[in-house]
Design a protein around this ligand. Structure first.
Ligand SMILES: NC(=O)C1=CN([C@@H]2O[C@H](COP(=O)(O)OP(=O)(O)OC[C@H]3O[C@@H](n4cnc5c(N)ncnc54)[C@H](OP(=O)(O)O)[C@@H]3O)[C@@H](O)[C@H]2O)C=CC1
Ligand SMILES: N[C@@H](CC=O)C(=O)O
Length: 397
């Protein structure tokens, strides 16, 4: 099998490395050798062992009938969409790690692949090296999936872990995550939660078989989390995690991305560093957990290469993926029920007038108190919170 890699950055170069490191095993499992014929990138790579494979015009790949599989690891929607569409229409199979592309154009590209009897696969687009797309599409097909809640961003989980355990500074630990190759080209997508938002939109689309737009999902990142919040988390024996969740409500889903303070008993509480954890509940399966490296060069490339092996074994066979372009309208997140941790400078009488009975937490920070509320809807919380001064609030899990 001759393949091309579009985008020779962290993940694209990882794909080339994985194909070399595990060449023998991959050849055996794919049923034939997998060779990289072209690498498309904007730059030259003088001195790189793959220097001679570098091309700059995607049409070179489109027009070469020898290329059976194309890997897209450039990132972003354009020109990735134009290039991938052209590859599928030319009868080539495509594997991508690009969640921006999958969240925006997944349903359409799946259909184009089906119409041309090829495959569009995207295992690495959610959870880095953790298998989650194929399990949903192949192994959990007997179930109605009623909930997926996950730590779906390696960068922010790495940052929150370092901030909690070492008191690390936000900007420094973000720089560290960028140097390790975990962060997006524009890390705003990580720290503002847009990346896990796209990932939970992809997973929800696979849960329901319809298009879920990430723009419809309520999304909060970690930029408002401070060292003082970690002091309270310690007092409350909780950890702060950025969760992406999707729950079936009637015929629709309630989705949200936001930081949560998790109790020690929560299945995702102990997921630390660059690891991701994905909790899945099916109506007949019950609970399942997926856990592993959520970002980084080789773990993510491992998932891309698994797609290459799968597609090499399925030449001329489209593997059905249940994801139609028909849009699903999500339930209003303001109706979802949570309890909250709140930091305030307001007095206890004012707090209790607004929230009723609460439980207080004192982290020894001058001029403020923390408290936790009972369960309430988001709308009820907003109404009560408007009556006090709120320094920060984090949902409890
Ligand atoms: N890093 C990670 O841990 C993970 C990343 N992903 C996803 O994988 C994708 C790639 O990420 P990553 O490898 O980290 O990103 P990088 O920025 O490291 O690599 C992207 C590469 O593609 C090249 N490129 C960009 N635009 C074009 C173009 N128009 N034509 C040819 N080449 C182009 C870039 O060149 P240049 O540098 O010159 O712009 C760069 O070499 C993204 O979608 C990301 O979200 C998914 C899971 C994990
Ligand atoms: N920036 C992303 C990369 C993997 O999807 C992350 O940190 O999880």
């Amino acid at each position: 099998m001759k393949i091309a890699v579009m985008g020779y950055g962290t993940i694209g170069s990882g794909v080339v490395d994985v194909l070399r490191i595990n060449k023998e095993k991959i050849t055996k499992r794919a049923g034939e050798p997998v060779d990289v014929k072209y690498i498309l990138d904007l730059r030259e790579f003088p001195g790189d062992p793959m220097e001679d494979a570098i091309v700059h015009d995607y049409q070179t790949i489109v027009n070469d009938p020898e290329i059976g599989i194309v890997v897209e690891t450039m990132g972003g929607v354009e020109p990735a969409y134009t290039f991938v569409k052209a590859m599928l229409e030319a009868g080539k199979q495509v594997a991508t790690s690009n969640k921006n592309l999958v969240a925006a154009k997944g349903a359409e590209l799946i259909k184009i692949a089906r119409d041309h009897n090829v495959n569009f696969q995207f295992e690495a687009s959610v959870g880095g090296g953790i298998p989650i797309i194929r399990p949903l599409n192949k192994c959990l097909t007997a179930d109605e999936i009623e909930e997926i809640t996950g730590i779906l961003n390696g960068t922010t989980n790495y940052m929150l872990t370092k901030m909690a355990e070492e008191g690390a500074d936000f900007d420094e630990v973000l720089k560290d995550a960028q140097e390790k190759g975990y962060a997006e080209k524009d890390p705003t997508a990580d720290i503002e939660g847009h990346d896990p938002c796209r990932k939970i939109a992809i997973l929800t689309s696979l849960m329901c078989g319809r298009q879920v737009d990430f723009e419809d999902i309520h999304c909060e990142g970690i930029t408002k989390i401070t060292a003082d919040d970690f002091k309270y988390a310690k007092v409350l024996n909780r950890s702060i995690k950025l969760l992406a969740s999707s729950r079936k409500v009637g015929n629709s889903y309630s989705c949200m991305v936001a930081p949560f303070m998790l109790s020690a008993e929560h299945p995702l509480c102990g997921v630390n560093g660059v690891f991701n954890g994905i909790f899945v509940h099916g109506n007949v399966l019950g609970d399942a957990m997926f856990y592993g490296s959520g970002a980084g060069k080789l773990p993510t490339a491992s998932a891309v290469v698994a797609d290459i092996v799968d597609m090499t074994k399925h030449k001329n066979t489209n593997i059905y993926i249940d994801w139609s372009p028909e849009k699903l309208t999500l339930v209003d997140y303001k109706d979802s029920v949570n309890s909250f941790f709140v930091r305030t400078s307001s007095g206890k009488e004012t707090i209790e007038n607004a929230f009723g009975s609460v439980e207080y937490a004192d982290a020894g920070i001058a001029g403020e108190i923390g408290f936790t509320t009972k369960d309430m809807t988001e709308a009820e919380f907003e109404k009560a919170a408007a009556q006090i001064e709120v320094r920060n609030r984090i949902r409890l899990g």
